[in-house]
Design a protein around this ligand. Structure first.
Ligand SMILES: Cc1cc2nc3c(=O)[nH]c(=O)nc-3n(C[C@H](O)[C@H](O)[C@H](O)COP(=O)(O)OP(=O)(O)OC[C@H]3O[C@@H](n4cnc5c(N)ncnc54)[C@H](O)[C@@H]3O)c2cc1C
Ligand SMILES: *[C@@H]1O[C@H](CO)[C@@H](O)[C@H](O)[C@H]1NC(C)=O
Ligand SMILES: *[C@@H]1O[C@H](CO)[C@@H](O)[C@H](O)[C@H]1NC(C)=O
Ligand SMILES: *[C@@H]1O[C@H](CO)[C@@H](O)[C@H](O)[C@H]1NC(C)=O
Length: 265
């Protein structure tokens, strides 16, 4: 009787571990190696968890290779504070991720107050490499599903399957906001806007949208255009008035000068 019980138990154990192991089992699967996925990986790594990060690009932080389109960050790189308190200083550094490695601070990567976006890409990849984070690049995951046994399963672009107990989506939130404007198909979206100034030279340009992306674009081109006209569904929201960092920042609002000077914009 005991023997029978033992073999039933053994069978049960086998079937549980069999499921758990197949295929490519990790306890934690993080999808996306932007700042969010990297920070998550750091904490999983430090807690010695069985985890993997899947990233579709061939490097970390690839968002910043393209965006912001004109490649100047609006997250400030505050290097001096007149304080020695690390916690205080870290709160004023808007770019660095949390880690125990003092060399991994954006303040040590650039002197620029508004850093070039490619410096952040370098920083994020150093963060991944120096901290030995487990990231599988060139892996675009699709069809994340939950199986009857409550494990998650997903596939990469080569249809290799992976199973995980927990899935953390860190794939970002940015996607184009396509307005219902007749003729929109004739318009260039910010997502793949040209940075070639010759294409705006001597042109009358209408920018739809008056957030940071719109203003950043207007500021980039206003030196070569006839005039820039901006339109949106609401009034300009200026960060200096609202105190919200996502509203139009002073560093992006030069067009307001030429507007107030009746200088055609
Ligand atoms: C125009 C614009 C300008 C911005 N400027 C700034 C700025 O100056 N400073 C600042 O601090 N913030 C800025 N932000 C905000 C910033 O982009 C986000 O807060 C930040 O990138 C979010 O990090 P994340 O890790 O959540 O996502 P992301 O950085 O978007 O990373 C998501 C990752 O997931 C990967 N991925 C997506 N789908 C899959 C998949 N199916 N399989 C595998 N991998 C996948 C992507 O390749 C990417 O690497 C800006 C945002 C926008 C839209
Ligand atoms: C990812 O793919 C690119 C191009 O397809 C290749 O050059 C690179 O070595 C790959 N990187 C990894 C980590 O597999
Ligand atoms: C972005 O560029 C691609 C390729 O040039 C084009 O097919 C697509 O329509 C463009 N998207 C927008 C919204 O302009
Ligand atoms: C920029 O645009 C101009 C005008 O369309 C074109 O002649 C030139 O080749 C472009 N330059 C680059 C680097 O693409």
């Amino acid at each position: 009787m005991l023997n029978l019980f033992c073999s039933v138990l053994l069978l049960l154990l086998l079937s549980v571990s069999g499921k758990v192991k197949s295929p490519n089992y990790k306890e934690y699967c993080v999808i996306g190696a932007g700042p969010g996925g990297l920070q998550m990986a750091y904490f999983l790594h430090n807690a010695a968890r069985n985890y993997i990060v899947f990233e579709k690009a061939d490097k970390a932080g690839s968002f910043y290779e393209i965006y912001p389109i004109h490649q100047k960050l609006i997250s400030i790189n505050k290097r001096y504070t007149d304080r020695t308190n690390k916690e205080f200083n870290f709160r004023h550094d808007w770019n660095s991720l949390v880690s125990h490695d003092e060399s991994l601070k954006m303040t040590k990567y650039t002197n620029e107050f508004f850093p070039p976006a490619d410096t952040l890409v370098q920083y994020l990849n150093d963060f991944a490499t120096k901290l030995n984070l487990k990231i599988q690049y060139n892996s675009t995951m699709h069809d994340v599903m939950k199986r009857d046994d409550k494990l998650f399963q997903m596939w990469d672009q080569h249809d290799n399957a992976y199973t995980c107990k927990y899935v953390i989506m860190a794939t970002g939130i940015a996607k184009p906001n396509i307005p219902l404007i007749p003729g929109y198909e004739l318009i260039e979206g910010y997502e793949n806007l040209s940075t070639n100034l010759s294409q705006f030279m001597n042109q009358n340009v209408l920018v739809i949208g008056r957030g940071n992306a719109g203003h950043e674009t207007a500021q980039y081109i206003y030196g070569v255009t006839n005039h820039v006209h901006m339109m949106s569904r609401s009034r300009n929201k200026l960060a200096w008035a609202t105190h919200y960092v996502g509203h139009v920042r002073a560093v992006n609002n030069a067009l307001l000068d030429t507007y107030h000077f009746n200088s055609l914009d």
